[in-house]
Design a protein around this ligand. Structure first.
Ligand code: FES
Length: 64
């Protein structure tokens, strides 16, 4: 599913950026471009950060 229409970024790409270490919308934007234009997708990006962080927290010991 596309998360950022301005940049054509999908939720898989955003999730990969988060797993690779991005923990804020700004860092996700730097990693894959999502949220770097109109900003309408920032709320969705934040939700994905929360979701992926919760999922990976127990498995990788990573806390955001
Ligand atoms: S929809 Fe993501 S920056 Fe516009």
């Amino acid at each position: 599913m596309y998360v950022c229409l301005c940049q054509g970024v999908t939720n898989e790409t955003v999730s990969a950026a988060i797993v690779a270490g991005a923990s804020t919308p700004k860092q996700v934007s730097a990693a894959c471009g999502a949220g770097s234009e109109c900003g309408r997708c920032c709320r969705t990006i934040r939700s994905i950060i929360d979701s992926v962080s919760t999922t990976t927290e127990s498995g990788r010991g990573r806390r955001v």
